[in-house]
Design a binder for this molecule. Sequence first.
Ligand code: FAD
Length: 383
Amino acid sequence: MSAVAIAAKVEAFVRDVVAPYERDPRCGAHGPSDDLVAELRAKARAAGVLTPHILADGTHLDHREVAVVLHAAGLSPLGPVAVNVAAPDEGNMYLLGKVATADQKVRFLAPILAGEARSAFFMTEPATDGGAGSDPSMLQTLATRDGNGWRIDGRKAFITGAEGAKVGIVMAKAEEGASLFLVDLPDPAIRIERVLDTIDCSMPGGHAVVAIEGLKVTADQMLGAPGDGFKLAQVRLAPARLTHCMRWLGACTRANEIATDYANRRQAFGKPLIDHEGVGFMLAENVIDLKQAELMIAWCADVLDTGALGTVESSMAKVAVSEALMRIADRCVQAMGGTGVSGDTIVEQVFREVRAFRIYDGPTEVHKWSLAKKIKRDWIAAQ
Ligand SMILES: Cc1cc2nc3c(=O)[nH]c(=O)nc-3n(C[C@H](O)[C@H](O)[C@H](O)COP(=O)(O)OP(=O)(O)OC[C@H]3O[C@@H](n4cnc5c(N)ncnc54)[C@H](O)[C@@H]3O)c2cc1C
């Protein structure tokens, strides 16, 4: 089946089956409950749209193809988790598919692919401890040799889905440098201190502050070699940034549909809102921003499809798309008046989700700063 046909199936499933769950009371402040996720995934499995970006023979769609499928999944904030293309699982599946050993794939990847296990990526550390955030080199969590294996100690923050996850990828500093470890969850040595109250609410388990105290892992639970952590994280980084763009583009497409419907039906001062230039222009700017975001994603996906790491291109795409989506979501809220800030539609949720997206997977300023450093390097090289 072509990617376009897969996307059409996913879109029909998300619009017809998933969207009616958007008001389900199990959609909590810390994300949809695991019970709701299981119910949605059973329906996705039956409809043949579970984990749609990885084919039955294990083939991963290319990035350009993933873009159309994840856009379709993103049409509801519940869509990605329902069809198993949500963050952080989608990025973790990608990373493990590329770099895990055969045994690691059976133990850690297969249950995520099957939609039976959620996973979490443990990198960021509490700002109050002076740990890794925008600057990953500030990593404090330690991995020390313990017999043939390792012992890990530290604290992590903002770990999406840690509560309820069955697979963890933990970044810790060994003598050789940052390293990645695969762990089964829950583990008594990984304690959820608290789940943060954050602006967004689409990701199951929310975002947790976690204490890791005397976690024992065997040598075969290391991903790659000691010191490979940042190199391997790079494998995940650019594609994962871009898939966020794809899903949230889907969400903003839907928010814009809702705002457009409102502006055409709702009357003020004797005519539909859309006939007032102020509102019509907001919707016009939305379709321009939506198209620019789509093209930016397609351009970056093409670069990744050449096999390049796409670090610079994904930084540019992440900034351009997340900032465009923020403008789109804000205009949707504004065009809908009071209804826009109410829970009667998903528009206010999309606004909150996109706000958080401007921070995770690299805040806008960090991407611009690294682009500025490259501009300077290129200028010096050209002298
Ligand atoms: C909803 C959400 C989910 C997340 N999920 C995960 C997860 O699953 N796993 C994980 O490991 N982490 C996760 N994170 C953490 C995320 O990656 C970090 O929040 C991000 O890297 C920023 O780090 P920080 O919060 O410590 O901000 P800080 O490092 O304290 O930065 C604060 C601000 O300073 C500015 N800044 C920083 N550096 C520069 C610079 N060089 N130039 C200009 N300005 C700069 C930026 O505006 C930035 O927003 C998540 C975060 C959020 C909000």
